[in-house]
Design a protein around this ligand. Structure first.
Ligand code: PMP
Length: 353
């Protein structure tokens, strides 16, 4: 730290992203990326003609991708805001809707970036513990009357709330913003997008990083009311008007229009998830019912840390969190079937000792 850093950031503990190892022979199951390439339509569209236009700024209104998303999701274009990843959407929301009188609340075990945004913006969140089975207790969110952030499915548990439960939360918090972070929703959970015209306090955030195979393009978006979108847009235009680059605008548009490829990738991930859950369960693992492209697994004798380390020795990288309530678990991204078979093989070797 230099002597110039503003005092208010001196104690901030930044978000630690999962490792992005440089070596190529690893099976990388640690950051919930897709094992599949982007849609062939995306690859085709990112051609030399588009590359040669990189001397020009991108469209600050990101119109092409917004119109394609609006068409796909059946909402109006003024109900969408693009972010540089959904992390940026979250940043806009914490910044726009939280302050000393509107302190946010979220679960103790959830996406690790929420508390970091709170530190960055000087907020003091209320932390709501998950239930013993690691599910979200709906009752804990009824009548909170403060901004609520819920990842659905939750990370790193993979557990999802039903739309009925989300609606109960919205219904009882009509004067506060409720953000439903649907980074993983496409892998089997119910989306709250259908509720945005019914509740004027709902923001749904989405990403192209997981189910659209575009983590490296950094594309996220929010769907909400035109008014809440306008508020977050204010944040964007006060910070980085060209937040999506030219290539990502094109990639996003082509990807969202290629429904067939999207559906194919999703069903393969879901089937690989079922395979992995079955195989690991047979070997003594307990796994909450995941609706995401990862599973959260705990073994009855092997510790989470040891499993993580032993897999690493065998060139398989998963994610381990040393946090008290979840230190017995590892989070495993669902990859291709070959990758999952290699994981099971390595697990057998580890369990044999
Ligand atoms: N929400 C959740 C719950 C996540 O796990 C992630 C991925 N780290 C994000 C949002 C952000 O993803 P991205 O910025 O790549 O869209």
């Amino acid at each position: 730290m230099s002597r110039f850093l503003s005092e208010r950031f001196s104690n901030i503990e930044p978000y630690t992203p999962g490792e992005q190892p440089k070596v190529s022979n690893l099976i990388k199951l640690n950051t919930n990326e897709s094992p599949f390439p982007p849609s062939p339509k995306v690859i085709e569209a990112l051609n030399n003609e588009e590359l040669s236009k990189l001397n020009l700024y991108s469209d600050p209104d990101t119109k092409e991708v917004i119109d394609a998303i609006a068409k796909t999701f059946g909402v109006s274009s003024n109900q969408i805001l693009m972010g540089n990843g959904s992390d940026e959407i979250l940043a806009f929301a914490f910044q726009a809707f939280c302050d000393k009188v509107n302190e946010p609340c979220f679960a103790d075990i959830t996406y690790g970036f929420y508390p970091v945004f709170c530190e960055l913006y000087g907020l003091e969140p209320e932390i709501i513990p998950l239930k013993d089975d690691l599910s979200i207790g709906i009752k804990d969110y009824i009548g909170k009357n403060k901004p609520i952030f819920i990842a659905n499915p939750n990370a790193p548990t993979g557990l999802a709330l039903s739309l009925t439960d989300i609606e109960k939360i919205l219904e009882s918090n009509k004067d506060s913003v409720v953000l439903i972070d649907e980074a993983y929703v496409d892998f089997g959970a119910e989306s709250a997008v259908s509720l945005v015209d019914k509740y004027d306090n709902l923001i749904v955030s989405r990403t192209f990083s997981k189910s659209r195979n575009l983590a490296g393009a950094r594309i996220g978006f929010a769907i909400s009311t035109p008014e809440l979108i306008a508020d977050m847009c204010k944040m964007k235009f006060s910070f980085n008007p060209y937040n999506l680059n030219r290539l990502s605008i094109i990639a996003g548009k082509e990807s969202v229009l290629d429904t067939e490829y999207f559906n194919r990738c999703i069903s393969e991930i879901i089937s690989n998830r079922e395979y992995t859950v079955n195989e690991l369960t047979k070997r003594g693992f307990t796994i909450p019912d995941s609706k995401a492209n990862f599973i959260f697994a705990k073994h009855n004798t092997l510790s989470g840390e040891e499993y993580f380390n032993e897999l690493r020795k065998r060139n398989i990288v998963v994610r381990y969190f040393s946090k008290e309530r979840i230190k017995d678990y590892v989070r495993i991204t669902i990859g291709s079937i070959e990758q999952m078979k290699a994981l099971i093989e390595a697990t057998d070797e580890i369990l044999k000792g």
